[in-house]
Design a protein around this ligand. Structure first.
Ligand code: OFO
Length: 181
């Protein structure tokens, strides 16, 4: 059983994760338009990860007997000045997400909601990985600088990234994750 305050805060996070998915979809489209198919792939894989993040909370709210709200998703930007700009904006966004997850955790602790605290632990760990990935790519892009060949090599590398999270939630998110483990 969630308090109304906790349910509202979790629903707000579902919306933010959906916005993240939307943002990475936009970055994927922008990369494809620039001929960077590997970057486009990387961001589509990221889109799938964000959908999992959103749906996992959506399902948790329902399992706790509360109403999972389907709200309006803001329109993300559509243009970035360079691949480095895209990843710097991505890191900036992920830092905001980390702060939101920390706020949710603080609320769960304040409300002595141990089930939600344990549920959120997964997101705390996930955010470390999200920021680490972005930091690594920013460092590589800074090293590449204006070297077009270096950019093409990185694009080829990013084309290898595969979706490792479940994408079919018809039987439930937790069931899909267990089946894949
Ligand atoms: Fe859901 O971690 Fe990115 O936003």
């Amino acid at each position: 059983m969630l308090s109304q305050k906790m349910a509202d805060a979790l629903n707000a996070q579902v919306n933010r994760e959906m916005y993240s998915a939307y943002l990475y979809m936009a970055m994927s489209s922008h990369s494809a338009e620039k001929g960077l198919k590997g970057f486009a792939n990387w961001f589509m894989v990221q889109y799938h990860e964000e959908m999992l993040h959103a749906m996992k909370i959506f399902e948790y709210i329902q399992r706790q007997g509360s109403i999972a709200v389907v709200g309006q998703i803001d329109r993300p930007p559509a243009e970035w000045s360079s691949p480095l700009d895209m990843f710097e904006r991505t890191l900036e966004h992920e830092k905001k997400v980390t702060a939101w997850i920390n706020d949710l955790m603080e609320l769960a602790i304040a409300e002595k909601d141990h089930a939600t605290r344990i549920f959120l632990q997964w997101y705390v760990t996930e955010q470390v990985e999200e920021e680490e990935n972005d930091n690594d790519l920013i460092a590589q892009l800074k090293m590449i600088g204006d070297d077009k060949q270096g950019l093409m090599l990185l694009d080829r590398e990013l084309a290898q990234r595969m979706t490792t999270v479940p994408t079919d939630f018809s039987k439930g998110v937790e069931a899909a994750m267990e089946a894949q483990a």
